[in-house]
Design a binder for this molecule. Sequence first.
Ligand code: SF4
Ligand code: SF4
Length: 304
Amino acid sequence: MDTYMAKDLPFPESPVVPEMVDGSKTIQFQCRKGIACWNACCSNIDISLTPYDILRLKRRLGLASAAFLQQYAVPYEMEKDGIAGIKMKPVEGGSACQFMKPEGCGVYEDRPTACRYYPVALLSMRRQDEYTDTHSYALVKEAHCLGHNEPRSLTIDEYRAEQGLKEYDEQGRGWRQLVLKKMSSGPTVGKPSVKSRQLFFMTCYDIDTFRAFVDSGPFKELYDVPEAERQAMLGDSLESEEALMQFGFRFLRQVLFGEESIPLHQEAADKRREQARTKAQQAEREAAERLAREEDPRDEGFDD
Ligand code: SF4
Ligand code: SF4
């Protein structure tokens, strides 16, 4: 029997240790100032951002979400013709993080989830068509990272607490569940329309535009949101923006999966359904007329 070495494989050896572990697993790791590899991990980035990462970073930088996206982010397709994800945009013409400073991370208190987790990888899984997800972890060992040689042991749960991940994981859960449900439900739910993909992008990543959308006349007319709840999420404090983001995840369950996660004003909903029915009938009529024209030889343009 042939023995394949990692070097013979047509893709580079993965730094992910092939073992799924839970939070009680003890790891040996410490990242500290003065270590020889200081900033090596931030010099060559491939970091996905969650909606909560964007919210924290744009607040720290005092930017509107759209301006943050333009300056610090690049969208990517999480799946072909599917919903979009966001990655950090490195420095112009290079691969280093724009926030990297000689003394370390320039946005440390608001650094993204992926930076907090490193060198642990979070693996979320869920059963098809369910929202409940289960968490496992894997360890990422890259040759340049000397933190694994440091004489400090702690469990993954202790490491998560130290890195402030409890709050980040809680705030990001609704989004992760949406993505997992979308990606694992495949053809049963179908390809999202362009409009629902745009709504997903705005709601998850451009919270300032989403706030204006929630505060708009047509939204208020259609969705029955109690006034106190609406007011609580329209402010500009961190708590308000967190509430708005969580409301957005609920809204997307309606947009992507047709769940009635936000009650509708009955009259407006009936009117909408009626408008959609009329539009569908008109499209059907136009298609039938087009077909009839194509089948009519008088319209084929033969010269006698
Ligand atoms: S955000 Fe901070 S920790 Fe994350 S890659 Fe950039 S500099 Fe490094
Ligand atoms: S120990 Fe690892 S995480 Fe810390 S600076 Fe070095 S490469 Fe980055």
